[in-house]
Write a protein that binds this ligand. Sequence first.
Ligand code: 5CA
Ligand code: ZN
Length: 408
Amino acid sequence: MRSWSGPEIPSLGDLGLGAGPVVQVHDTSSAGLLAVDPAERARLYVCGITPYDATHMGHAATYLAFDLLQRAWRDHGLDVLYTQNVTDVDDPLLERATATGVDWVELAERETQLFREDMTALRIIAPVHYIGAVESIEQVVDLVERLQEAGAVYPVDDDLYFDVHADPGFGLVSGFDEAEMLTIFPQRGGDPDRVGKKHPLDCLLWQAERPGEPAWDTRLGRGRPGWHIECAAIALDHLGPAFDVQGGGSDLVFPHHEMSASEATVATDEPFATAYVHAGMVAYEGEKMSKSKGNLVLVSKLRAAGHDPMAIRLALLAHHYRSDWEWFGEEISAAEARLASWRVAVARSVAPSGEALVASIRAAMSDDLDAPAALAAIDAWAADDSAEDPQAGRTTRAAIDALLGVEL
Ligand code: 5CA
Ligand code: ZN
């Protein structure tokens, strides 16, 4: 499907500032920092929205995290091949469509379009491939057939299930033991108690047509894809196996990323991704912000209320991408004040060294995308009235744009 129009990104190298450092990010599967430094091109897959409601600040925080990763990679000199999916057919979308009397295709199109507009306003880098589940049915069927050839698929009634233990590495993404998995699985769409499954954790690959639900005629019969295989198929098709980073919010660690990784590994005999990077959860009114609960702060509402998208972006940047945090509304005024002070600071005819500040921002961002540390360095520079560098305003404006995506 159509991607969105992403921002222009200035090159700091072109300003004579050289290249940024190698980027280190926290990898969930090894529970530590990993230098992700492929030759020439980094390949990134980020799990996209299920488009049944509007973009909230939790979504925005997650997509911002992977925008920052790409900015750091680009500054280091890498090209980035970026794929993101849209889960445009799945239970929650169909349930919302039925409950509101809207056609599911229209609902998905409307919310995906709003998401594109929110991403453009926030200057989030657009994926090269923006791919819906509906347009990937063929790839899913191919992948399920590869799993069948590997002996990892069995039927339950007319549905098809993946035998998770066909992958000796099952569990290595999350690091969870079976008890933890069994607790979380039913909370995140799993069906441990379904009669006929060989193991409670085995997951749905293909769901046979249900009355009143959309279905496609395929070699697997009439039906639709399960959730995890959708991302495995889209990522393998557009990035190939062993790509650099699989990303999403921490609510996707298990089962979603665990299952996708195992499915892809069994089908290809190669690792799915090198690193699994997860953003923390944004809460509101004491609970994880989520469409299913309805405790939402919508990006589009903040924009409609007249808040500068760059202030919304700065409010998000004030939190480290890996931390869980709660939105309390007043952060937007703090971000607006910060934005105003930075705009004044870069307009100074002479300011403290721009190059030293760029080095600090680069050091912070290449160290697991530490945006709060970068913001603190910029605040200190803005508050310092020593006058030594007539180029500092220009250099700083470009660095804040290139590395943090904030246009001053
Ligand atoms: N379509 C699937 C992924 S394949 C999905 O999880 N969709 S979603 O609309 O529920 O979430 C979209 C992205 O936002 C996911 O990466 C998810 O991890 C992230 N996300 C959802 N809620 C929050 C939240 N409260 N805070 C931070 N990130 C969130
Ligand atoms: Zn996904």
